[in-house]
Ligand binder design. Structure first.
Ligand SMILES: Cc1cc2nc3c(=O)[nH]c(=O)nc-3n(C[C@H](O)[C@H](O)[C@H](O)COP(=O)(O)OP(=O)(O)OC[C@H]3O[C@@H](n4cnc5c(N)ncnc54)[C@H](O)[C@@H]3O)c2cc1C
Length: 367
């Protein structure tokens, strides 16, 4: 296992994972290989953390992540998204990861481990919390990172997306603690290599790898909880756009607000979120929080079904992380047809209801 090569103090790369009811969200799962490669480039440990209780990520999933240790950050005050409080908690961890409790009273048996980098997926929350963390620590934060390698103490070589992903920049970050937001839409979700899966020292002799999960209750400063979201509209509606595994996109071709009823129906059948182009939000057909693109949400679903969307570069900047893109468009010359994995040349007002009908029939047959 890694562990601070050369016999010095073991350094650690900390990857913060956003979670939902199923464990780590896809964007965080994509940020993890970047964190893993950074840790291995310096022979450092990889530790993950999330906001929630100890069991929020299954141990089997933690093992697959190759993490050496995990922290569940929880406190009675942290019952919703609170950007400054979350950043404060990460700052507490970054100041030195607590060791395992050695005695009643929580006295650490192992000295705090120094952290060399904190990574998170560059979601809205990831960017916001890391920006707060930068402000708290007085350190720079690098956004839109697609790869990071340690080149020396306090120095990382980065590749970052610029111009909405249309060019890549090589950069060197000088900082004792690197704060990196990973452009998860540009990074494939790769399994961590088998050799990186830990046999945790605490369980040495137990015969199998294991990840120890510690509960960490952060010390918050007055005012850290002034800004907090106890509930978000996306979560209330079911599936959040940024983390959805399937997204049904609608553009100008949908024709107006009423045209979205069929897309909503299809989304309901597939457990999908609805995303839209900027024309749709500019026209006021749908709210801006549903916009996909350079100036909207970046999505990285398994499937993006783009209906009546031309595929402008600013739109593609938000959906290029989709594993499979299927376009429904009347125009075979629309840019999205060339960029999609599959295209249906046809009127979405016929194709989408036909899909809904077919899915319904299949469900009725299965019942
Ligand atoms: C600085 C800047 C930032 C921007 N940011 C974003 C962004 O974040 N997100 C974004 O989306 N855009 C963004 N844009 C706007 C972008 O350039 C495009 O104007 C926009 O994406 C086009 O939206 P659309 O594809 O819905 O519309 P259109 O380009 O008008 O395309 C409509 C498509 O629907 C098809 N169609 C029409 N009727 C049907 C039908 N019945 N069935 C099937 N297909 C049909 C047409 O063939 C066409 O391809 C930005 C622009 C700028 C300048």
């Amino acid at each position: 296992m890694p562990g601070g090569g050369g016999g010095g103090i073991a350094m650690t790369v900390l990857c913060w994972l956003e979670i939902d009811a199923d464990g780590a969200i896809d964007s965080s799962a994509r940020a993890l290989p970047v964190a893993d490669r950074l840790a291995r480039s310096a022979n450092e440990d990889l530790v993950v953390a999330w906001f929630g209780e100890v069991g929020s990520i299954a141990e089997s999933d933690l093992l697959k992540m190759g993490a050496d240790k995990a922290f569940a950050v929880a406190s009675p005050d942290l019952d919703g998204y609170a950007p400054l409080a979350w950043a404060r908690a990460l700052a507490g961890l970054a100041a030195g990861l607590p060791g395992e409790a050695g005695a009643p009273g929580g006295v650490p048996a192992v000295a705090a481990a120094p952290v060399s980098a904190v990574l998170a997926a560059a979601t809205d929350r990831g960017n916001e919390v890391l920006a707060h963390l930068g402000a708290i620590t007085g350190l720079p934060m690098a956004a839109n990172v697609v790869s990071a390698t340690r080149t020396g103490p306090g120095e990382c070589r980065l590749i970052r997306q610029r111009w909405a992903g249309s060019l890549l920049e090589e950069a060197v970050l000088d900082a004792q603690l690197a704060l990196l937001a990973v452009a998860a839409d540009a990074v494939p979700a790769e399994p961590v290599p088998a050799e990186a899966i830990p046999a945790h020292p605490a369980l040495a002799g137990a015969g199998s790898g294991a990840v120890s999960v510690l509960r960490y209750e952060p010390e918050l400063a007055p005012g850290d909880l002034l800004v907090r979201a106890a509930e978000s509209a996306g979560e209330r509606a079911g599936v959040s756009l940024a983390t959805a595994r399937v997204v049904i996109g609608g553009g100008r071709g949908v024709g107006g607000p009423d045209g979205f009823a069929a897309l909503e129906e299809l989304a309901g059948l597939l457990g999908a979120a609805v995303g839209v182009s900027r024309v749709v939000t500019s026209e006021g057909w749908r709210p801006h929080r549903q916009q996909v693109g350079q100036t909207g949400t970046k999505i990285s679903p398994e499937l993006y079904l783009a209906c009546g969307i031309s595929g402008a570069i600013q739109h593609m900047a938000g959906c290029q992380g989709a594993k499979t893109i299927v376009a429904i468009n009347t125009d075979p010359g629309a840019p999205i047809v060339a960029k999609a994995d599959y295209a249906v040349i046809g009127d979405l007002h016929q194709v989408v209801p036909a899909l809904v009908e077919a899915l319904r029939a299949r469900r009725a047959g299965a019942a």
